[in-house]
Design a protein around this ligand. Structure first.
Ligand code: ZN
Length: 481
């Protein structure tokens, strides 16, 4: 399969692109400057920070490992002569000035936090690819009209502090910083304390305000699914992202002796919790092939072999591309927990809602045309995973580029990618960013559509934030405020 794709790589030679189209010399030159060896070397260098014995990476948000990774990126940024900024939630920005420094910049980037024993490429690829694009532009010897920035969003994964997308959420105003600060990890450490610790190391890096104008954002990311590999393609133009609803469920029973407590009078929190999960699995998945249902976190107390558990705590993650289906499925979560609680009490809190979205056609077209210009075959692809691009979509024109990972395996130490794929995707990113950075005006043709969508989103966001505040005010939860 790899060999097949490298045939395509041979098709994607830049000289044929040059002959096919004129007037895009700059995009072609920047794409040509993308260096496979450098890209791979940087990725492997980053992967050594937090590497596990099995070849995975544990680099949780605001951990010591993540701080080391930040130092490395800052070192690369300084070597490239980039201007480096951070902000109050420790997003990191690396800026290459354009001819008009006042014009809103074009941004690209992703995240450097990982799942526990996660992969080398999830997030890291988007960050390293953005660095490669800045270096490729710099090596062209030409300035773009707009400044170009590589960005690292804080805590995309949410594995330490839930929910994720924290940096991009706060930057785009979808959450307030003050709401994030009390969120605690499993050890009881708050975001506020962890941020303070991280920020100690970066006092000299100037801070910027949240939400400054951005002309456009493109995130390069591994697909985390098997479709590109199956199609023998190195590049996917992402059309949109499926919606998700995330819950935390707490079941409260009664602690008792495993030998002496009569079965009929027990309030076994584990049995109630597993009944709820099995009921959700049966009902939610019935006839819904595209629905994804996951219980990834499960804890019981006191978790002792001779004790009837007095409480259980678990997560529910439901995803579907169709908002109506997602709405119904999410509503069933609450209903089924209640109807299967047995003799125990149950509390269901919805901690995050993300509707499905479609990226602007103009952005998809820009990426597709750049791939064509470079002679790199691509296909449209829908994202089944959430990304920071979801948040940026509500702030500026946004798009995504996917590249395959082997067998679609991600959030795992088995995550693996081919340098050739990553290079081709970075070339398409380089050409797209170069193209966007030389556009004097932002999108105009769909401005009114976008405004309507932004207004609708803003109303929905206000409503969701209000509901969120109410939930947060009554959530005694080690992971949440
Ligand atoms: Zn990611």
């Amino acid at each position: 399969m790899a060999a097949e794709r490298f045939k395509i790589r041979a098709i994607g030679n830049l000289e044929s692109g040059r002959q096919m189209m004129s007037g895009n010399e700059f995009e072609l030159e920047v794409a040509r400057n993308v260096n496979e060896e450098r890209l791979w070397e940087r990725l492997m260098r980053l992967a050594r920070i937090g590497e596990s014995e099995s070849g995975g990476v544990s680099r949780l948000a605001l951990s010591n490992e993540e701080t080391c990774a930040r130092h490395l990126l800052i070192q690369w940024g300084a070597e490239l002569g980039l201007t480096i900024y951070t902000d109050d939630i420790s997003n990191l920005f690396f800026r290459l000035d354009g001819a008009d420094p006042q014009a809103p910049p074009v941004m690209s980037g992703s995240h450097i936090d990982t799942q526990p024993n996660g992969g080398k490429f999830d997030g890291a690829f988007g960050v390293v690819a953005a660095f490669e694009v800045l270096q490729a532009i710099r090596e062209s010897g030409h300035a773009t009209f707009r400044s170009v920035e590589a960005v690292v969003w804080l805590n995309e994964e949410g594995s330490r502090f839930a929910p994720g997308m924290m940096g991009s959420d706060v930057f785009t105003g979808r959450r307030n910083l003050v709401d994030c600060l009390p969120v605690r990890d499993a050890e009881g450490i708050s975001v506020a304390a962890a941020l303070e610790e991280t920020q100690k190391s970066f006092r000299s890096v100037p801070r910027r305000p949240f939400g400054f104008p951005v002309s456009s954002f493109i995130e390069a990311h591994i697909e985390q699914g098997p479709r590109l590999e199956a199609a023998n393609l190195s590049v996917g133009v992402v059309t949109g992202i499926q919606g998700s609803r995330r819950f935390r469920v707490r079941v409260t029973g009664e602690q008792a002796h495993a030998g002496t407590a009569a079965m009929v009078s027990r309030k076994d929190a584990l049995f109630s919790a597993t009944s709820m999960i099995q009921a959700m699995r049966r009902k939610l998945l019935a006839g819904q092939l595209d629905l994804k249902f996951t219980v990834g976190l499960f804890e019981i107390y006191p978790n002792a072999p001779s004790v009837v558990p007095s409480s259980a705590y678990f997560s529910v993650d439901v995803r579907h591309p169709d908002d109506a289906v997602l709405e119904d499925a999410g509503n069933l979560v609450r209903e089924l927990c209640e109807s299967n609680r047995g003799s125990c009490a149950v509390e269901v809190d919805e901690i995050a809602v993300s509707r499905s979205l479609e990226f602007p056609q103009e952005m998809q077209q820009c990426i597709r045309s750049c791939a064509e210009l470079l002679g790199i075959p691509s296909m449209p692809i829908y994202s089944l995973a959430g990304h920071d691009a979801r948040q940026l979509h509500y702030h500026c024109s946004t798009g995504m580029i996917f590249t395959p990972c082997h067998a679609g395996i991600s959030h795992s130490d088995q995550e693996s990618c081919l340098a050739g794929d990553l290079t081709l995707a970075t070339r398409v990113l380089a050409a797209s960013v170069s193209n966007l950075a030389n556009r004097r005006s932002s999108w105009t043709s769909t401005r009114s559509n976008r405004n309507t969508r932004v207004q609708t989103s803003a109303i929905r966001w206000l409503f969701e934030t209000f509901a969120w505040c109410i939930r947060m005010s009554r959530a005694p939860d080690p992971y949440m405020p």
